[in-house]
Ligand binder design. Sequence first.
Ligand code: GLU
Length: 461
Amino acid sequence: MMVRTRFAPSPTGHLHIGGLRTAIFNYLFAKANNGEFVLRIEDTDKERSKEEYTEAILEGLKWCKIEWDEICYQSKRNDIYEKYLNRLVEEGKAYRCYCSKERLEKLKEEQLKKGENPHYDGHCRNLKEYPEDKPYVIRIKLPEEDIDFYDHLHGNMHFSYKEFDDFIIRRSDGSFMYNFTNVVDDIECGITHVIRGDDHLTNTAKQIVLYRLFGKKPPEYAHVPMILGEDKTRLSKRHGAKSVLEYKEMGILPEALVNYLLRLGFSYGDKEIFTFEEMIKYFSLERLNKSAAVFNPDKLIWVNFEHMKMKKPEELLEDLRPFLDKNCSNFSDEYIIEAIKTRQTKAQTLKELADEIRFYCVEPEDYEQKAVKKYVKASIKEPLEYLLEKLKDADFSNEESLKTAFEDTLEKFNLKMVKIAQPVRIALTGKGIGPGIYEMLMVLGKDESIKRIKKMMDALL
Ligand code: GLU
């Protein structure tokens, strides 16, 4: 049977990293087994579901290259749910319940007083006649059989049926409950494996009851531990956790975010950095971690740094485009790629990289005070003038030729490299730190470099 997994977000909020991680696991498991990955938007809650959240979820997944083979929307599947519901009612496995809110509240109070867990008492289970024009919900008739299932992470799970009651599957307004639609869709879509957060374990027990009532075999399950914040409580906005698209805006590469989230719940020896192909190749349910992992933003930055270094500069340019200064569009891709190469192994985020190569496209307007004070002194004027003459004759496509121009100057004035390189750096970039001096000169070219050095000398010397 073909493996089919699904990611089933409710569009009641942005796609957060816990959700994305669940999507990643399901996607990778499907791809690792030549299977298919289905995206199901669970938008039955009309009050809380929003179109903009659905859009954001799709955008977040697309950005991460988590591509679905099929997509469906629960809000469009009411006919299917009705069909399944009617079958249960006809077979006497579900029934109408007319109990009022008041009755249920009283029942709950009494049960709590007796020290019992609140549960429905089956009052409407065997109604012979239905009161006319009164609202009703549909409940299942809970079979008196214990519930067992195997979970790939938790092992054999056991629940007593006594922990549950005749739970509602359709509300009085005609809308369906989560557990019901979830099971109907998993059956209809031929889902073979469900990977989701372990906060759903109790739901799974209820869902197993529904599979039994439908006479269907449940899928296989893997309930993964939650992601925790540094204080070991469930990760939330409180910990600074962002929606997936905020990481995009921060300048994180999608493959780095996917890699980081995969490792947060999965291990393959000590391996930290995975390409997309490796993720698919190595993924298996057996390698999912059983204990919860703590989200560490610094490690995410490090993983991003590693992925940025690994990327071909021409590919990195595509990720970098949204972050580049608008002036960069006046330059050719080839020029920007050369600029990227001078900083690719140093910058930690795309945003940082864009900032650090901005000077290649925008000449400095002012100069960093601290660096100027330290390096741009009157005594450097004459050596710089000499260097300019040498640079005029140098070949800017040849590092050796540039080196010779500098070395001649150092020798003539008996200077250390830093004394001349720093003022040149400040002239070219406006700052005291940046790429190697020869690399910068080679990218900027002769005319621009000389122009900038002169401009700085006019301004400061
Ligand atoms: N819509 C549910 C959620 O977002 C789906 C859970 C599941 O994977 O079954 O929690």
